[in-house]
Design a protein around this ligand. Structure first.
Ligand code: NAD
Length: 655
C-alpha cells in the first residue's frame, strides 16, 4: 500500500483557442496594474498582441529570456522590473521565458501570468532551475509557482516540427518518470498515462500537418497533464541526467530529453517492469524503452548526444556526477552502468535486449500494413497484431502451446461445414459475439436489447400467416405467441418483417437434421396493421451447443457446461428502423444465469405463462399450454440492408 499527500494544485488554468485575449481580465483579477511582458524573439508577435490587449497595464517588455535561466540574464530583467515598478510579469514563450518569470518572482513581489508556447510544463511547477557559472541548481517555493497559466492553442500552431517533437518528448519524460516516482498518487498515475497515450498519438501524427489545431490541442493538453505530474512528484535519473547536461554543457533542453529518455527508461526497466508494461500499453508497443526510441526517431527527434554537440570525453564526468547526486530512482545508481547508458545515448543506439528485439519485430509487422488502402482494415490488422504479440510476450508463450492453438483452430476449421460453424461457436463461447452485439446494437434506453444471431439463422425462411403452428404437430408444450412490434412512443409498426427460429424439444435445430424435407420451427411473418403477429409453436428447452468438436472440448476442459438457456430467436426488419436481432428467454428456465454464450439479458427474459381458458384460434388442447406476450420496441434508424445473408458472412472491413 502506498501512502501519499498530494501537494496543493497549481494555480489557475485557462485553456482553449484564442485565450490570449483573456490575459487582461486575468491580470485585473489578480489586482495587478503594472505589467512587465517577458518574451523571446520567436514569440515577438504574440508579445505584440499581448501589449495591444493589455493596453495601459503594460509598463515594460523584456525579450531576452535564455535557456537554463542564467542568473546574469535574470539580473538584467530584474533591473527592468524594478525600474518600472512592475507588479506582474506576463510571460509568453517556452520554458526559458517561464523560467525567467519564475526567477523574477523568486526575487521580487510580482505575480506571474504565463502563456506557454512549448510543451515544457514548467508553468505548472513550483520549481526553478537556475544556472550560475555552468552549474544548474533547482529550488522551489510557493512564490515560484505561477498564479495563472493561460494555454492558448493558437500560440503553438507555428512551433516548428523539430521543436514540437523534442518538446513533446520533454512532456513525455515528465509523465514517464512520474509513474515510478515514490510520491506517485492515483491522480498522477492517471494523468501520466493519459498524457503518454495522447503524446504518442500526437507525435506520430503531427508530421502530417504541423498546424492541425486538433493535434496541437491534444499536445498542449498532454503537456499540461505531464507538467502537473512534474509539479506534484519528484523526478528520477532521467531528469537528473538532463539537468546535468543542460547546466554544464548548455545542451538544448528538449532535445536532450528526446535523446536520453529511452536510455533512462531502459536503465530503470528491470526495476519497474509493471510501470514499463503500462507505458508500453499506453503507447501501443510491446517494450516501452525501445518503443519510445522508435516513436521519437520516426518523428525525426535527435538520436544522439553526439548530434547535440557533446564531446565523448565529457561522458565520464556526467556519469560520476549523476551517480553521486541524491535523488529518488527505482534502480540503484551505479557509475559504470550510468557510463554505459550515456555511451549508448552518445552513439544514439537503440535500447537492446530481447524485449527490444521483440518490439522491433512487432514494429516491422505493423509497418507491413502501412500500404493497406482501407484505413479501417489497417487499424484492425495492426491492433490485432499488437494484441497477439502482447498476448504471446506477456504469457511467455511456448512453442508447444502455440502449436496446440494452431491445431485447435485447424480442427475448428475441419469440423466446420455448411451446417456447422465451429468458429461462431468459439466466438459465442468466448463472449466475443455478445461484445460485438453490444457494440453494434442500435439501442435507445427504451428499445429492446439485441442478442447474438447464433449459427442457425437461415435467410429467406418460409412465409407463414398469422395463427400458423410452426411445430406442425411436433412433440412439446404448445405456446401461443402473441407479439407486437412498435417504434418510439409505442407506435405500432405494420408490415415489419419478423423471422422466427428455434430448436425442437430435443434441443436441435432443423439445420442439424440434414435429411428433413422442409424447414422446421422457423418462419417469416409480416406484422399486421396493428403491429401484431401471432402463431403457435412449442416451448423451447435448454440445449447444449454442438459440443462434439474442439469448442466442446474446450468447455469440458475448463469445467463449463455447453447449455444455452431456453430461447426463441427473432430478426425484425422495418423500414425506417434499426434491425433488431434478439432472443426471448423462458422465465424460470434452466441456465439463465450461466448461458454458455453469455446471451441472456434481463429485459429479454419473458414470462411464458400457463394458458387458461380456451386456446386461441379455436385449437383443441387437452393438456398444458403456454402464452407468450411480448412487445418488441425498435429504435428509429436507417433502413436495414436487404441482404440478410450478409449477417452470416464475415463482414469485409469498411473504411
Ligand atoms: P525554450 O523556451 O528555450 O524554447 C525553445 C525554442 O523554441 C526557443 O528558441 C524559443 O524561442 C522557441 N519557441 C518557443 N515557442 C515557440 C513558438 N510557439 N513558435 C516558434 N518558436 C518557439 O525551451 P523549452 O524547451 O520550452 O524550455 C526549456 C527551459 O525550460 C529550460 O531552461 C528548462 O530548464 C526549463 N524547464 C523548467 C521546468 C521547471 O519545472 N522548472 C520544466 C521544464 C523546463
Amino acid at each position: 500500500m502506498r501512502t501519499f499527500t498530494p501537494p496543493s494544485g497549481p494555480g489557475r488554468v485557462v485553456f482553449g483557442r484564442g485565450t490570449l485575449t483573456r490575459t487582461r481580465a486575468e491580470v485585473e483579477r489578480l489586482g495587478r496594474r503594472r505589467v512587465l511582458i517577458l518574451a523571446g524573439r520567436s514569440t515577438a508577435e504574440a508579445a505584440a498582441a499581448l501589449e495591444e490587449s493589455l493596453g495601459p497595464l503594460v509598463v515594460a517588455r523584456f525579450d531576452g529570456a535564455v535557456m537554463h535561466t542564467p542568473t546574469e540574464v535574470t539580473e538584467k530583467a530584474l533591473a527592468v522590473a524594478l525600474e518600472h515598478a512592475a507588479d506582474c510579469v506576463v510571460a509568453v514563450g517556452g520554458g526559458s521565458t517561464t523560467g525567467l518569470a519564475k526567477a523574477l518572482a523568486s526575487r521580487v513581489d510580482v505575480d506571474q501570468v504565463i502563456l506557454p508556447t512549448t510543451y515544457a510544463g514548467s508553468e505548472v511547477t513550483a520549481v526553478l532551475g537556475e544556472t550560475t557559472a555552468g552549474i544548474k541548481r533547482t529550488r522551489s517555493g510557493p512564490e515560484v509557482l505561477p498564479e495563472v497559466v493561460i494555454y492558448d492553442v493558437d500560440l503553438t500552431l507555428g512551433l516548428p516540427l523539430p521543436l514540437t517533437v523534442a518538446s513533446a518528448a520533454n512532456a513525455l519524460a515528465h509523465a514517464v518518470e512520474a509513474l515510478y516516482s515514490p510520491q506517485a498518487t492515483p491522480a498522477t498515475d492517471a494523468m501520466a498515462l493519459q498524457a503518454i497515450g495522447d503524446l504518442a498519438t500526437a507525435i506520430t501524427t503531427i508530421g502530417a500537418d504541423p498546424h492541425d489545431p486538433g493535434v496541437r490541442e491534444k499536445l498542449l493538453e498532454a503537456a499540461w497533464l505531464a507538467g502537473t505530474c512534474l509539479g506534484a512528484v519528484g523526478m528520477g535519473l532521467h531528469h537528473q541526467l538532463c539537468h546535468i547536461l543542460g547546466g554544464a554543457f548548455a545542451l538544448d533542453h528538449a532535445a536532450t530529453h528526446a535523446v536520453i529518455l529511452p536510455h533512462a527508461m531502459a536503465y530503470n526497466a528491470s526495476a519497474v517492469p509493471e510501470v514499463m508494461a503500462r507505458i508500453a500499453r499506453a503507447i501501443g508497443v510491446t517494450d516501452a524503452p525501445s518503443g519510445v526510441h522508435d516513436l521519437l526517431r520516426a518523428a525525426g527527434a535527435p538520436a544522439s548526444l553526439r548530434e547535440l554537440g557533446l564531446a565523448q570525453a565529457d561522458l565520464a564526468g556526467v556519469a560520476a556526477t549523476a551517480a553521486g547526486a541524491s535523488y529518488p530512482n527505482p534502480r540503484r545508481l551505479d557509475a559504470p552502468d550510468l557510463a554505459a547508458l550515456l555511451d549508448d545515448a552518445w552513439h544514439g543506439r537503440r535500447p537492446a535486449g530481447t524485449a527490444a528485439e521483440l518490439s522491433l519485430l512487432t514494429t516491422q509487422v505493423l509497418a507491413s500494413f502501412d500500404a493497406t488502402p482501407s484505413p479501417r482494415a489497417r487499424r484492425l490488422l495492426r491492433d490485432l497484431v499488437c494484441h497477439l504479440h502482447r498476448f504471446a510476450i506477456g504469457n511467455d508463450l511456448t512453442e508447444a502451446e502455440w502449436r496446440y492453438g494452431i491445431d485447435f483452430l485447424t480442427r475448428a476449421g475441419q469440423v466446420t461445414d455448411d451446417n456447422r460453424q465451429e468458429f461462431i461457436l468459439l466466438s459465442d463461447t468466448l463472449g466475443l459475439s455478445s461484445v460485438v452485439d453490444v457494440l453494434g446494437g442500435a439501442r435507445t434506453p427504451d428499445s429492446t436489447p439485441s442478442a447474438v444471431l447464433g449459427p442457425f439463422y437461415c435467410d429467406d425462411p418460409p412465409h407463414a400467416s398469422h395463427g400458423t403452428d410452426l411445430a406442425k404437430g411436433m412433440a412439446g408444450t404448445p405456446v401461443w405467441a402473441d407479439l407486437r412490434v412498435v417504434g418510439p412512443g409505442d407506435r405500432p409498426i405494420p408490415g415489419a418483417r419478423v423471422d422466427v427460429w428455434q430448436s425442437d424439444d430435443q434441443g436441435l435445430y432443423d439445420l442439424q437434421h440434414p435429411d428433413l424435407p422442409e424447414p422446421q420451427l422457423r418462419a417469416r411473418f409480416f406484422t399486421g396493421s396493428d403491429g401484431r403477429l401471432a402463431f403457435w409453436t412449442i416451448l423451447p428447452s435448454e440445449y447444449p451447443i454442438p459440443d462434439d468438436g474442439p469448442v466442446g472440448q474446450m468447455l469440458a476442459a475448463v469445467g463449463r457446461h455447453p447449455f444455452r438457456a431456453p430461447h426463441i430467436h427473432f430478426l425484425i426488419d422495418a423500414p425506417g428502423h434499426h434491425r433488431l436481432v434478439t432472443q426471448l428467454f423462458v422465465a424460470g428456465g434452466e441456465h439463465l444465469d450461466s448461458d454458455t454464450v453469455f446471451g441472456v439479458k434481463e429485459p429479454l427474459v419473458a414470462p411464458f405463462e400457463q394458458g387458461e381458458g380456451p386456446a386461441p384460434g379455436g385449437r383443441q388442447i387437452t393438456g398444458e399450454w403456454r402464452r407468450l406476450t411480448y412487445t418488441f420496441r425498435l429504435a428509429r434508424g436507417p433502413h436495414p440492408p436487404e441482404n440478410l445473408a450478409s449477417l452470416d458472412q464475415p463482414t469485409a472491413p469498411s473504411t
